[in-house]
Design a protein around this ligand. Structure first.
Ligand SMILES: [Fe+2]
Length: 228
């Protein structure tokens, strides 16, 4: 396991966080799952297959390894980001050739009031992580702004569409001037960890790209260990 300095205090990368063998086992689980097999001839328009809760049916060894990995990430996040966090959800995502994700943050302030009293896990994220299960494809880089959204952005959102701040925040994302970006090249067994307020995107991939993102929040009530 080695920590890579990205040059931004909001982004950290760890190479060789999990070994190749476990990556191959996760991939094999994905490619033999009903979700994957059912999509043959029925490809989602986005070309991205999300496994949702199916990953909680991983076999015991894989699920224990992934739990241990998430505890490890929590420790690393505490050390490098000075935040106590809990994993709020984990997904496995299968990007077929030509898939991509546009610019978006995983967290912005306008969602916060929308779902009391238990926060909606999707919008109470503090730290985002993307684990690369394979790297036998081209493209698919995770591109991350090196700083989170700013007060200027918040002001602009409020001016643009005061009636639907949530939507305005997402729509404005791609218009924001991108001063500085970190480009994370997928590497099997590596993970990119970043502040959920940073806008990010995934470049188109050639070949099948498989990732295991986990989002972390600071409220223990959203911890996925208590939900699943
Ligand atoms: Fe994201």
């Amino acid at each position: 396991m080695n920590i890579v300095d990205t040059g931004s205090k909001f982004i950290l990368r760890i190479d060789n966080a999990l070994d190749d063998k476990i990556c191959d086992e996760i991939r094999s689980f994905a490619e033999n799952s009903p979700t994957f097999l059912n999509c043959v001839g029925n490809m989602p328009e986005s070309k991205i297959l999300s496994f949702g809760s199916e990953i909680y049916t991983f076999n015991n060894k894989i699920s224990r390894t992934i739990s241990a990995y998430k505890f490890m990430l929590s420790q690393i996040i505490y050390k490098y980001f000075d935040k106590i966090v809990y994993p709020d959800s984990t997904e496995m995502m299968y990007f077929f050739p030509g898939a991509n994700l546009g610019w978006h943050p995983d967290s912005h302030p306008f969602d916060v009031d929308s779902t009391p009293p238990i926060p909606n896990t999707q919008y109470h994220r503090t730290i985002s992580t993307v684990f690369y299960i394979n790297d036998d494809y081209g493209g698919g880089e995770t591109v991350i702004r090196t700083e989170p959204w700013t007060d200027d952005f918040i002001r602009k959102v409020k001016q643009t569409n005061p009636k639907n701040l949530n939507e305005a925040a997402y729509n404005l994302g791609h218009e924001i001037s991108i001063d500085s970006e970190y480009v994370s090249k997928p590497k099997k067994g590596s993970v990119i960890i970043f502040d959920s307020r940073c806008y990010h995107k995934a470049n188109p991939n050639w070949g099948n790209r498989i990732t295991l993102p986990t989002w972390f929040g600071e409220d223990p009530r959203v911890c996925e260990f208590f939900k699943n």
